[in-house]
Design a protein around this ligand. Structure first.
Ligand code: SF4
Length: 311
């Protein structure tokens, strides 16, 4: 078996190091409960997960956001919509930052009781970052389950009606697409043109931007890679696509990533890899990572530096 080099050794070969800079982004993972169980999920989120941010942890996170004032607060899960603390969290952090982003799988927004949540996202002008594997039904349903594409389309149309993704509305709607297998994503601008053309022509949907991200070799995706004999070839493809220029854009430099239980990480992928931030900190410690601090890394980091990296 060909060995995979250590990430920090590859960086050293290029004369690079990875260290923290001034934190600008606060990422909050409100829990691993999700209505779906997607094949590529690096956190292995799903309907049977019980890990959810409590009201006590929410209050500690709000105090942290108030003390340090981040440029962007990024809320993720699981399906954040399934945590009953989400609405209060949004209300509490809205005065503390100019930019809030909520990630959604779209399907979780398609519940009668979540209409109020849609109203809240619109009122607070929260950017919606929605994952959609493909503009085509067969491909989306293959990754996410039967009927998920139809539901996603209904929710996107509802967001468009509220002004999301419409020119001049200021309500930003981003789509995110990951490859459906053990390969690197297609070039972003070409895929964005295809998504825009097909979603507009077939469903009348508009959106601002498509983000095309490689799958991190973690969680459910890593389990599948191992079971299918694809782990080493996939890691090799990520190593071969190493782009030194992508290192400046990796999220861990400027992000404090808080898990559902309040533990601090350098990034969401390190949550999945169970590699907490140096010092083993909890949000209640009220400590901001310092400039130059070491970042925990692993072979999953090669997904961040492959090709154009995570943008
Ligand atoms: S996986 Fe996390 S720690 Fe590694 S390069 Fe990406 S953002 Fe940084």
């Amino acid at each position: 078996m060909t060995s995979i080099p250590l990430f920090h050794k590859v960086l050293a070969e290029h004369g690079l190091t990875l260290r923290r800079s001034t934190p600008q982004i606060l990422q909050i993972n409100v829990g691993l409960l999700c209505n779906l169980a997607c094949k590529h999920c690096h956190l292995e989120a799903g309907p049977r997960r019980t890990e959810c941010m409590t009201s006590e942890t929410r209050e500690a996170i709000v105090a942290y956001a108030d003390a340090y004032r981040f440029d962007l607060i990024d809320i993720t899960g699981g399906a954040p919509e399934m945590n009953p603390e989400l609405a209060q969290l949004l209300e509490d952090i809205a005065p503390l930052t100019n930019n809030i982003m909520v990630r959604t799988n779209l399907v979780a927004l398609d519940h009668e009781e979540r209409r109020d949540l849609m109203d809240l996202l619109t009122r607070l002008r929260v950017t919606v970052v929605a994952s959609l594997p493909s503009p085509r039904k067969a491909q989306t349903d293959k990754v996410r389950g039967a009927q998920t594409h139809d539901t996603s389309i209904t929710v996107l149309q509802s967001l468009n009606k509220r002004g999301y993704g419409q020119d001049g509305s200021g309500l930003e709607l981003y789509l995110v697409s990951n490859p459906a297998g053990a390969f690197l994503p297609a070039e972003q601008s070409g895929l964005e043109r295809r998504f825009k053309k097909e979603l507009s022509r077939n469903f009348g949907i508009t959106f601002n931007k498509l983000l095309v991200l490689p799958n991190a070799p973690l969680g459910r995706f890593r389990t599948w890679l191992e079971a299918s004999g694809n782990l080493t070839p996939y890691l090799q493809s990520l190593v071969s696509a190493f782009n030194p220029g992508a290192l400046c854009g990796v999220m861990c430099r400027e992000t404090v990533s808080i898990a559902w239980d309040g533990t601090l990480y350098d990034c969401d992928f390190n949550q999945a890899a169970h590699r907490p931030m140096v010092g083993g900190l909890h949000v209640r410690d009220m400590v901001l990572p310092s400039e130059g601090q070491t970042i925990a890394t692993g072979d999953h980091c090669f997904a961040c530096t492959a090709g154009s990296g995570f943008t």
